[in-house]
Ligand binder design. Structure first.
Ligand code: HEC
Length: 135
């Protein structure tokens, strides 16, 4: 093998794992959801779920993901209680979004409980992530 071949091989060995690493948070979670029994994920269903309203015992009674996040994930939202702005949650306008498995897990758990009165299913979580990743 010539020297350049060695160099190319070396570059390939270094760059493949790096590029495979760049979007692992969502990939990791989607795999996990599929292992938990979810079917193929669907961004349209994620969009519907994002805007759906659920009734709660306590006020505010009509709750939705958009009670705090913007209806359009590309826009800035506003927290229903604190009135604080919430930065756009779409990856396309906010590249830091959905990059941390722990953060996504924590907030999905908390926000699903608040919004629906239960945790979201693996299917619902996968649909949402695919929607927010691609919009
Ligand atoms: C009561 C207000 C509120 C509601 C309702 C709400 N969220 Fe959130 N959400 C937040 C806050 C606050 C954060 C953390 C601050 C931030 O990331 O801007 C957050 C963060 C997140 C994150 C983490 C984003 C990241 O950067 O990784 C996801 C995912 C998320 N929310 C999804 C949802 C989904 C899906 C729903 C509906 C089932 C929902 N949220 C409903 C307030 C809310």
């Amino acid at each position: 093998m010539k020297k350049t071949h060695h160099l190319l091989l070396l570059i390939a060995l270094i760059t493949v794992p790096l590029s495979a690493h760049s979007n692992t948070a969502i990939d990791t979670l989607l795999k996990e959801y599929q292992q938990a029994g979810a079917d193929t994920f669907n961004a349209e269903s994620g969009k519907t779920f994002w805007m759906e309203t659920h009734s709660a015992q306590k006020k505010p009674q009509n709750r939705s993901c958009t009670s705090c996040h913007a209806t359009n994930p590309l826009d800035v939202g506003q927290h229903v209680r604190t009135r604080k702005p919430i930065e756009p949650i779409a990856k396309s306008v906010n590249p830091e979004r959905l990059t941390d498995v722990k953060k996504i897990r924590k907030w999905l758990k908390r926000n699903c409980k608040w919004t629906l009165g239960r945790e979201c299913s693996a299917q619902e979580k996968g649909n949402i992530l695919v929607y927010l990743e691609n919009i």
